[in-house]
Design a protein around this ligand. Structure first.
Ligand code: NDP
Length: 329
């Protein structure tokens, strides 16, 4: 393959829908920006599942290379912040939605979106963490800022998924007593290997419940939304907090004000897409300190570009365990 060509998974509009296939592109197919990156690894997130299946109108223009995460080496840069050879990570900023993203061997990106990888963190390790891991760390930081301290009981929902599995690992490593809420009892051994001390059955939380329930959690990371989040709020202890980042169960929130006005419970919103660079750098620094490459190797599978359409169906069906690294080469 000529040096200027590279492989990419491309989504194109078709009659009433979209097609997704691996193609050969050139740099002229990429959008204009100041940094060109040789992508080494990407990763697969729930949002990529929505994008590849054409759900929720994640892809905003065509043709486009999906992939909301990437890590690699700067090939050329017109920015003073980056030099050729720098190792960088990109998550969010609507890349892989309205700007060509990580499911390719090359990407052209705005320098203000990029974070230099902390020393010792490889592209592969960064992508084992990815948007899901970054989001998990942002949730942990939100709980810490609220004053939720190690030693207490915390709950993680969607625990066997990407965000959830990293949140379980991080919180247990930081000294919290972590309960992992899952719809997949078969993942109990996996969740305990991440540090969960108890398993909570999703069935106990997924139907509408009382507005106030027994006070169980000092804090929680919720990836689910819907009635499940309402029940988590209702069972959070006085003064506790819930970091909400996802909608795997639904985008609604059939709750009441009682947890807020009678128990001083805080609902903390967490977004990783527009998160400011300084907070990202802090989060990546902490992820590098808390999670070794070995930790994540155990919790991440590897896929190639050709595998991604099938993986999209599986992640939306809640069948993917932990994290998936995408080897784009
Ligand atoms: P995954 O698919 O890897 O994990 C989601 C998990 O949720 C599943 O593994 C499953 O875990 C659980 N789940 C699936 N269906 C349901 C259901 N109907 N009710 C309750 N739980 C369910 O996705 P990610 O970890 O990548 O993302 C999780 C959520 O967080 C998504 O909604 C995603 O959009 C959101 N997100 C938000 C970000 C932000 O910036 N705010 C960034 C990243 C993700 P189990 O089998 O253990 O129950």
């Amino acid at each position: 393959m000529p040096e200027s060509e590279f492989r990419a998974l491309v989504a194109r509009q078709s009659d009433g829908g979209q097609t997704v296939a691996v193609e050969r592109l050139t740099e002229a197919d990429l959008p204009e920006a100041d940094v060109l990156v040789d992508v080494e690894y990407s990763s697969f997130n729930y949002k990529d599942g929505l994008a590849l299946t054409g759900k929720n109108r994640i892809l905003r223009n065509y043709p486009i290379i999906p992939g909301i995460d990437l890590a690699g080496v700067v090939r050329s840069s017109a920015s003073e912040r980056f030099n050729a050879g720098d190792h960088v990570v990109l998550t969010g900023w609507s890349v892989g939605e309205s700007w060509s993203g990580g499911f390719a061997e090359r990407a052209r990106l705005k320098s203000e979106w990029l974070v230099k990888l902390p020393d010792g963190v490889t592209s592969r390790h960064a992508m084992a963490i990815g948007t899901a891991g970054l989001t998990a760390m942002l949730c942990v930081m939100a709980l810490e800022k609220h004053g939720v301290t190690p030693g207490g009981d915390v709950l993680v929902t969607g625990a066997a998924g990407g965000v959830g599995s990293v949140a379980v690992r991080l919180l247990s490593r930081l000294g919290y007593k972590v309960s992992a809420l899952t719809g997949r009892r078969s993942e109990e051994a996996f969740l305990r290997s991440l540090g969960a001390s108890a398993i909570v059955d999703r069935a106990d939380y997924q139907n509408p419940g009382k507005p106030l329930q027994a006070e169980r959690w000092q804090g929680a990371v919720d990836t689910a939304g819907g009635a499940l989040l309402a029940n988590v709020l209702a069972s959070t202890a006085y003064g506790g907090a819930v970091a909400a980042c996802g909608l795997a169960a639904g985008a609604d929130l059939p709750s009441s004000v009682f947890p807020f006005i009678l128990r001083n419970v805080a609902l903390l919103g967490v977004d990783s897409v527009q998160c400011p660079i300084a907070r990202r750098e802090e989060a990546w620094g902490r992820l590098a300190a808390e999670l070794t490459e070995n930790d994540m190797a155990d919790a991440a599978a590897v896929a190639g570009l050709e595998d991604l359409p099938a993986l999209a169906e599986a992640i939306l069906a809640g069948q993917v365990r932990g994290r998936t690294i995408v080897d784009v080469r």
